[in-house]
Design a protein around this ligand. Structure first.
Ligand code: HEC
Length: 114
């Protein structure tokens, strides 16, 4: 007596599954376009190449972009020295005195007062 019911239930489930998969197959797959995200780091242009550019790039982009430094007004060597000192003392940038000197030279040349 149970067998016909089981068969009916099975048939029902099977047709449901077929209908569902047919509906899924028919529904067009909606692809969301990959959003364009502009990150403050990454592809942003780095420091212009030249003596010391590798040193400044490896020491001065851990916390902010190169642009953050390059978009400042031009400063004198002493002022750049003060900025680099501030990164080291106030913000705890782990920069050796030798690298700091190379960086100040670089900034005085690339972003120095005319
Ligand atoms: C340990 C993190 C850290 C590192 C490494 C770092 N900075 Fe900064 N820098 C900061 C913070 C924090 C600010 C303040 C950000 C703000 O005001 O939006 C800042 C701001 C600046 C500014 C904006 C002007 C100012 O005085 O606030 C300049 C220019 C700058 N940094 C240059 C440099 C240079 C050059 C180096 C490499 C010698 C460097 N930074 C490395 C954390 C860092």
């Amino acid at each position: 007596m149970l067998r016909p019911i089981r068969t009916a239930v099975l048939a029902c489930l099977t047709s449901l599954a077929v209908a569902t998969s047919a509906a899924l197959a028919a529904a067009p797959l909606e692809l969301h376009p990959t959003p364009e995200v502009e990150l403050p780091f990454g592809d942003a242009p780095g420091f212009p190449a030249g003596p010391g550019s590798d040193v400044i790039a490896s020491n001065c982009t851990a916390c902010h972009s190169a642009d953050h430094t390059l978009n400042q007004p031009s400063l004198s060597r002493e002022e750049w020295h003060t900025v680099v000192d501030k990164m080291i003392t106030a913000y705890k940038a782990p920069i050796t005195p030798e690298d700091a000197k190379v960086i100040v030279d670089y900034l005085a040349r690339v972003k120095g007062e005319p």
